[in-house]
Design a binder for this molecule. Sequence first.
Ligand SMILES: NC(=O)c1ccc[n+]([C@@H]2O[C@H](COP(=O)([O-])OP(=O)(O)OC[C@H]3O[C@@H](n4cnc5c(N)ncnc54)[C@H](OP(=O)(O)O)[C@@H]3O)[C@@H](O)[C@H]2O)c1
Length: 334
Amino acid sequence: MSTFARNILGGGLKSDTLPADLSFEGETVLITGATSGLGLEATVHYLQHGASVTITARTAAKGEQAKLDIESRTGKLVDVMILDMDTFEGVKTFVNTFKKENRHFDIILLNCGVQEFVWKPSPEGWFANIQVNVLSTTLLGLLLIQWMRSKPEQSHLLFVGSGSHWENDLSKWPRKDIITFWSKEENFMSGRDAYGISKLMLHYCVNAMDKIASAGGKISPIVNTVCPGIVQTGIARSFGGGVWGMQCVAKAYMALALKAVPADVGARSLVVAAKTTPEQHGTFRRPYLTDDEYEKVSAPFFKTEEAKEIQAEVWKEVVEILAAADPEVSKIVL
Ligand SMILES: NC(=O)c1ccc[n+]([C@@H]2O[C@H](COP(=O)([O-])OP(=O)(O)OC[C@H]3O[C@@H](n4cnc5c(N)ncnc54)[C@H](OP(=O)(O)O)[C@@H]3O)[C@@H](O)[C@H]2O)c1
């Protein structure tokens, strides 16, 4: 059953709550894409629970605006770094700054993501969703895992995935050149389909990164994917060409038909996921499905021979693209 049907029948998806004794006192948190939506609201929660938070923004102006908003709401200071995930160079520049400043974070939340409603190429030539949600996020994840594993402290690396990863039809996926196929304009189906395709690819890549983060029996960092359910944010900003009236339609549709929850409610999932234990390394955190329910809906995308082949091919292609963009990748993915 699709998320849509579940919501209509079930009256909305279940959200996480924040435990009364939740504390991040003394912990440092990095949140990417915190200029709006879930990232911004997660920042507020982390600050209110004692963490020191650094956020990323694409531009200094956007970062300053988010900083003012967050600081006026919480009375706490927030640090801003620049990260543009449209290009591999943007990711590499960010990680180099990070290393030069010898930064350590206890929790890193890779939240940046896009949902394009019309086909749009990235400056690197890939479909924009694939660039940001898959390729740049995986490059960032790999470089961070390498960095985090070099530190003695245990840390958490969270990827914001999506339940839309199981709203896919693998029979429409080619067996070879998958990234190129789904980056072509003629293969763009709809904003919803294209988003689900990119998020399934991300879940495939995180499954491979989980293994890198637990190589040799040493789990560091603890890696998880998390989805808060359907949340009212700016994610559908390109719907209807970004025209104001169409934005209102998109927001009304999300609220009434999809029963999306407010961003501060959804963001709780991106906060409680940072409390996973090493035993929970590699698991997908979501408040709205039991393990049995998730097993049932996700099995066709991970457990069948066809799915395993596609997953392996996606990972192989992603690594090839990333290794060409940054030779460091070949040293991390052995
Ligand atoms: N909303 C939902 O129902 C839902 C459900 C499940 C998962 N998610 C996931 O949650 C994450 C946050 O999305 P959201 O719903 O909060 O949407 P949002 O309000 O649009 O926030 C997306 C954030 O990502 C940043 N971003 C996008 N492209 C970027 C790029 N190329 N480089 C750097 N930053 C970039 C945006 O910055 P700008 O302001 O500069 O664009 C913004 O800060 C995404 O990964 C999304 O897929 C959302």
